[in-house]
Design a protein around this ligand. Structure first.
Ligand SMILES: [Ca+2]
Ligand SMILES: [Ca+2]
Length: 270
């Protein structure tokens, strides 16, 4: 009995080791774009390769009557996009699009070549209330307008409480996005084909769930087909954005469809 028992123990141990090795290998392919632990608390612009600017050129949105800043417009709003203490964890720092940070575009360079057929971009995200936040990638060197998106997720609670995915020339409702709840989002991008998939975990979806709209799981780049390297992470708001939106743990794997969790499987912080 004893040798058999030992053999079972060793097989179990080996299985655990192999699983751990496989998991860390998958995570190892993710490269951190930013976890916001090294920057200074305060405005993000100019820190760790990030640019964050008020969209004063976009008069219709910057000076919209429904802008939370009223006639002051969006001129001072880049200062509201900042590295902040995570409201759910005093030991963690996040990128926060704070309340009233309307019509601010923020970007940081990445590179997903046009020939790339499988890259995975990961974010953790959370909102506290009414937001109008967009996150994804751009093929434009200095992105600042809506058509500069190719891969785009939108959270805008005026029309819907749901995440919306950009599919070519329209936004389609996809999944609930609760307030005060951390979500993990994976974009699996095929730049050669100009399509992407989105997977989400959090809130009512405790397990990773592939976003599907009318049975469709592959969405088309905003501007359709193009020979375009994706060169920036691109974030943008528009009115009304009267609550806070946090980003953390932005990771990119340009080598594969990688559905591992680069945060090491830690449960989403609330
Ligand atoms: Ca962090
Ligand atoms: Ca392409």
């Amino acid at each position: 009995m004893k040798p058999n028992y030992l053999r079972v123990i060793s097989v179990l141990a080996l299985t655990v080791l192999v699983s751990l090795a496989a998991a860390s290998l998958a995570q190892a392919q993710f490269v951190a774009i930013d976890t916001f632990e090294k920057g200074k608390l305060g405005p993000l612009d100019g820190q760790n390769g990030w640019t964050s600017k008020a969209g004063t050129h976009d008069k219709a949105h910057c000076y919209s009557k429904e802008n939370a800043n009223g006639e002051a417009g969006c001129d001072a709003n880049a200062s509201r996009v900042e590295i902040a203490v995570d409201p759910t964890d005093p030991n963690n720092h996040v990128l926060q699009y704070s309340a009233k940070a309307e019509t601010v575009h923020t970007y940081k360079a990445i590179n997903i070549p046009n020939s790339n057929t499988a890259a995975t971009l990961f974010f953790r995200v959370r909102r506290t209330g009414e937001v109008n936040m967009n996150w994804g990638t751009s093929d434009v060197a200095v992105p600042k307008d809506w058509p500069d998106y190719e891969v785009q997720l939108n959270m805008q609670i005026v029309d819907t409480d749901k995440l919306r995915v950009r599919d070519g020339n329209r936004l389609v409702e996809a999944a609930p996005f609760e307030a005060n709840t951390w979500y993990k989002t994976w974009f699996v991008i095929n730049n050669a084909e100009d399509t992407y998939e989105v997977l989400v975990q959090g809130g009512a979806s405790p397990k990773m769930t592939q976003l599907s709209v009318g049975g469709k799981t592959k969405f088309t780049f905003r501007n359709g087909s193009a020979a375009n390297d994706l060169v920036n992470i691109f974030l943008r708001t528009t009115p009304p954005h009267t609550a806070d939106f946090q980003f953390d743990d932005i990771y990119l794997d340009t080598s594969s469809r990688n559905l591992s969790d680069p945060t090491g499987g830690a449960s989403a912080r609330r």
